[in-house]
Design a protein around this ligand. Structure first.
Ligand code: PLP
Length: 436
């Protein structure tokens, strides 16, 4: 027989599951065309999906257009987009200045089989912002940028081990969720605990003779927007240098926290930095850059140069879009404003949860944040689903896992709309939450 408290928990878990199931049924009924598009695609793509992070049970929404901070789905619903393409969509949808740059580049022809006039310009604008980069190279994705950063570190140091952290995400083949990933590249990874200084010091000490690099996000992104402790990140800087290993900062998300990324805010200079997402103006993009001696390994005029080919590394559309976006939209001032808005928004969400006794919390930095059920209990997946389906039905789009990334198009009015919708949902389900 269950103890009284256990019985209460079991009861509330059942009630939350039943509310989440009911919200899912409502989602299915409201989104027949998204469901049908997914079912058709499933004949050709596993689960109808080609990007795992977008997967949502029972099927993901299919968006058909986006303008500024708004998205329209196949069934005609209009959403305020609080997901912002998992941080990549910082400019909002279809900013004219970027569209015009793409159209102008298109008019001159793509696939020119050559260097072009934009790649050096985009590189110079990025290098101006990141003192850790003396030279850089472009890739087509953040994953590729991290793969190349690791290759550069191993070749440079002549060593093979790489310290990474549980919860870290550096791409589809460099992913370290609890329980591991079967699709990772076979490097000699040593898994550390994020923000655990003592344990990480021990790992560095134990592996220092063969340690090529430490690869770390200054804030765990896909791992739930968990900021790295400044003292932890400074320790990584000091101890990697002492061990003769390279510090690689994956700033693919956090480079939007200031003009020089989180490293500028912390006063840390990494040996190699990777960026991606928005620096290509919204088109496929990645980039790794670092110290002169490390990056010069790739100078193709050297007889011993490391190869780094890639048909689309300098594709004209991305290079032109990146130049326009970084110069005109991703200004230092715009980044200050969006991150201040994000800090206020996060505090307001947290205050709402506290006022209503809701079983959620929000973590993050600046314009990137994640809503979590407070305790990782057996019903936290149902709590997440319930919140997601309710927000969608209120016209608010976030990631099912709780990620929110503001775009420059999001206004104070939009954040107020979000807070009012969230309050309505929490009040509607108050009896459920009070028993969790
Ligand atoms: C921190 C971080 N690193 C790497 C990546 C991989 O980038 P991409 O999806 O462009 O391959 C991501 C993508 O979400 C990321 O958030």
């Amino acid at each position: 027989m269950l103890e009284p408290n256990a019985a209460k928990t079991a009861h509330s878990a059942d009630a939350i599951k039943s509310a989440a199931d009911s919200a899912a049924r409502q989602y299915i009924a409201s989104n027949p065309l998204s469901g049908a598009i997914n079912a058709d695609a499933a004949h050709f793509l596993p689960g109808g999906n080609t990007r795992t992070s977008l997967w949502t049970n029972p099927f993901p929404l299919c968006m058909v257009s986006g303008h500024d901070q708004h998205l329209i789905d196949a069934d005609g619903h209009d959403y305020i987009d609080f997901l912002g393409e998992f941080t990549a969509g910082i400019y909002g949808h279809s900013p004219k200045i970027v569209n015009d740059a793409i159209i102008a580049a298109l008019a001159d022809g793509v696939n020119l089989s050559s260097h072009n006039k934009w790649e050096g310009k985009l590189a110079s604008m990025i290098i101006d912002r990141f003192p850790s980069m003396d030279l850089l190279r472009f890739t087509n994705s953040g994953t590729e940028a991290n793969l190349m950063a690791l290759a550069a570190a191993k070749a440079f140091t002549g060593r093979s081990k790489i310290i990474v952290f549980e919860g870290g995400y550096h791409g589809g083949v460099l992913s370290f969720p609890p329980g591991g990933s079967k699709t990772n590249v076979p490097h000699e990874f040593v898994l550390g605990t994020y923000n655990d200084q003592a344990d990480t010091q021990r790992l560095i000490e134990e592996n220092k003779n063969n340690l090529a690099a430490i690869l770390v996000e200054p804030m765990l992104g896909a791992g739930g927007c968990i900021p790295g402790d400044p003292a932890f990140l400074h320790m990584l800087r000091d101890m990697s240098a002492a061990a003769g290993a390279l510090l690689i900062f994956d700033e693919i998300q956090t480079s939007r926290l200031s003009a020089g990324g989180r490293q500028a805010l912390l006063g840390i200079t990494a040996d190699i930095t990777t960026i991606g997402k928005f620096f290509g103006g919204g088109l496929a993009f990645g980039c790794f850059g670092g110290r002169l001696d490390i990056m010069n390994q790739f100078n193709p005029s050297r007889v011993d140069a490391l190869p780094h080919a890639g048909t689309f590394n300098n594709n004209t559309l991305t290079m032109a879009a990146g130049c326009a976006a970084v110069e005109h939209l991703l200004t230092p001032q715009a980044l200050v404003q969006i991150n201040e808005r994000g800090d206020r928004f996060r505090e307001d969400i947290q205050a709402l949860f506290a006022r209503l006794g809701a079983p959620f919390r929000v973590s993050g930095l600046g314009s990137i944040m994640n809503i979590h059920p407070i305790s990782p209990s057996m019903h936290s997946a149902d709590l997440r689903n319930l919140l997601f389906f309710e927000l969608v039905s209120a016209g608010i789009y976030i990631a099912a896992r709780g990620l929110i990334a503001l775009s420059l198009s999001i206004t104070d009015e939009d954040t107020a709309t979000f807070l009012a919708a969230m309050e309505g949902i929490l009040i509607k389900h108050k009896t459920l939450f009070l028993t969790t």
